[in-house]
Ligand binder design. Structure first.
Ligand code: TXA
Ligand code: MG
Length: 325
């Protein structure tokens, strides 16, 4: 059920009172608090079990508010914000005075975006301030893409959950750091590198060396309970069957051309050929495998272009570091 105006007013009241509101964005659900309230923001870290040094994204209601929040906004930031907001792009810029260090994990820079979801925009407009929000999941686990996922994972720890239906994009925003001489992508996401490059007119480095902590770049992030192993597409079924024979309950993410006939596995998902459709459903697939009692997931990486880059990044992170040979 989608949030009503009265739900949105209630949620804005919860934020004003220093409470926590889970809300839909076009990417994933966020766990929000008043970005200017250090006590409220500190509760986000407690509920998520997230180290306080890992900075949050400040969500704002429109591109015209950017300079109310950030200092020395560079022309590149204005260019990208003008083109991609509201939408799945987060910019790292210099922190303005109203943003407490609790929100930025102690950094002098901040992450900021205008989300492209009507319920998120209505909440930001009713609240009137900025909403600091990480994804509404426990630290390290799979981001929620429905209100049901949030309730199942965080339950009573959240003061209010706004339901805006399933998220359209399904993976988190692309994070672009524009504080250096050249912009760089800190996390691939819903806006593709190709689209960013077309607007910037220059190639963009992904995961270039960065002084800051980006949890999405740590091992075993975005991880379901089941262990995730990666295989070449043509090896996925053989690997899955081998593990199933060894007694594992195996979940399989396989592109249709490599699926074969009767697969010996606990649960098999043929992944959509469209990367937009795959991104939208990726986290749901991982959660379903957990729900079905899988202890191992065998997946292949899509081609790393367009949204395939973000999907491959999340699968690699979920798989974590390779065991020593
Ligand atoms: O799509 C999204 O971005 C979602 C929705 C809710 O907006 N949010 C999200 O938040 O994914 P979270 O906390 O799960 O990821 C935020 C990322 C983290 O990797 C964090 O390290 C990075 O943003 N970040 C925040 N501030 C930063 C800064 N000043 N410099 C570099 N990275 C920063
Ligand atoms: Mg997250």
């Amino acid at each position: 059920m989608t949030a009503t105006t009265s739900d949105i007013d209630k949620a804005a009241g919860v934020l004003r009172a220093g409470g926590l509101v889970a809300f839909p964005t076009e990417t994933v659900y966020g766990l929000g608090a008043d970005a200017e309230d250090p006590t409220a923001v500190t509760r986000i870290f407690q509920v998520k079990g997230r180290p306080p040094t890992h900075p949050l994204i400040v969500h704002i209601g429109g591109v015209e508010h950017l300079s109310d929040w950030a200092e020395d906004v560079p022309a590149t930031a204005r260019l990208l914000a003008g083109r991609f907001w509201p939408g799945p792009l987060t910019l790292v810029v210099r922190r303005g005075h109203r943003v407490p260090l609790e929100t930025t994990g102690g950094l002098e820079t901040m992450a900021v975006r205008v989300p492209g979801h009507p319920v998120a925009l209505a909440l930001l407009s009713a609240f009137g301030g900025g909403v600091a929000a990480p994804s509404a999941n426990r630290f390290g686990s799979v981001s929620p893409t429905t209100a049901g996922h949030v309730r199942a994972e965080l339950g009573e720890a959240v003061d209010f959950v706004l339901d805006g239906g399933p998220c359209e994009v399904g993976v988190e925003s692309t994070i672009v750091d524009v504080t250096g001489d050249v912009p760089s992508v800190l996390r691939p996401g819903g806006v593709t590198r190709e689209d960013l490059q077309a607007v910037l007119g220059r190639p963009l480095a992904v995961h270039s060396a960065s002084r800051v902590r980006v949890p999405g770049r740590h091992p075993s992030h975005y991880a379901p309970r089941a262990r995730v192993v990666l295989a070449e597409p043509q090896r996925v079924i053989a690997e899955a069957e081998r593990a199933q024979d060894l007694g594992h309950q195996v979940g399989v993410l396989v592109p249709q051309p490599f699926a074969g006939a009767a697969v010996k596995a606990h649960a098999v998902v043929m992944v959509p050929g469209s990367m937009a459709a795959y991104a939208r459903r990726l986290y749901g697939f991982l959660r379903e495998f957990d729900g079905q009692g899988c202890d191992l997931i065998v997946a292949s990486l899509p081609v790393e272009e367009g949204l395939g880059l973000a999907i491959a990044n999340r699968l690699r992170r979920a798989a974590g570091p390779r065991p020593a040979e």
